[in-house]
Write a protein that binds this ligand. Sequence first.
Ligand code: AP5
Length: 218
Amino acid sequence: MPTYLVMLGPPGAGKGTQAKILSRRLGLPHISSGDLFREHLRSETELGKAARSYIDNGNLVPDDVTIAMIQDRLECPDCADGAILDGFPRTPAQAAGLEEILQDLDEGVDTVLYIDVGDDILLTRLTGRLVCEAHGHIYHEEHRTPEEEGVCDIDGSPLIQREDDNEETVRNRIDVYWEQTSPLIEYYQERDLLVEVNGEQPVNEVTEDMLAAIRGVS
Ligand code: AP5
């Protein structure tokens, strides 16, 4: 049976960090809507050009564009056993869109892992985050430093700061999360799919809590 996991939580909660670990541990592809948009920005596709102003300002890209992009990705052969969705869905309309996509496959969301972290911590995490240029491996200038400064331990590519990780944009992303995405907490609670994890613990403890939750419901 394919497994579909959703990572829910505010910007900087650790969705990408945990999704990459779970992807290796569970053998499921990691689908990050933010990474997909950034690939389109880099390749200057029409979708990338349309999404740029939303991303640069920390606002959400319109639902129809986003749902279509995720549907295309979920139809790729590597998703035959399921996927870990990171950053999608982010609005009730996107959640309904995902339900329809999975219903067409006779599937549904198995578990929503909601990572809870206070707003003050999110700001420090994001303004200090560094990501590798090649594959988006995630570091932090104080809490998760690479062995060689400015170089990714995994693939040797340069570490950069994401353009939307400046303080003004981060504050807007957090506001947008509370206004448009946080209703999904209740949406998935009502469907009995939500598991809340304390995201203020060390990374490995967050992972263990998630794995325990996934095993508990599978
Ligand atoms: P996206 O790329 O999805 O950004 P986000 O949701 O804002 O999430 P982040 O990637 O910033 O944070 P994260 O939770 O993954 O944290 P991370 O693991 O990196 O979206 C970017 C933009 O694209 C959006 O603003 C929007 O414009 C657009 N977009 C994307 N999806 C969309 C959608 N569905 N609909 C419409 N628009 C969409 O960790 C952060 C830092 O904390 C790192 O430095 C890490 O090392 C550190 N850290 C992580 N865990 C811990 C821990 N336990 N303890 C200490 N430090 C930790």
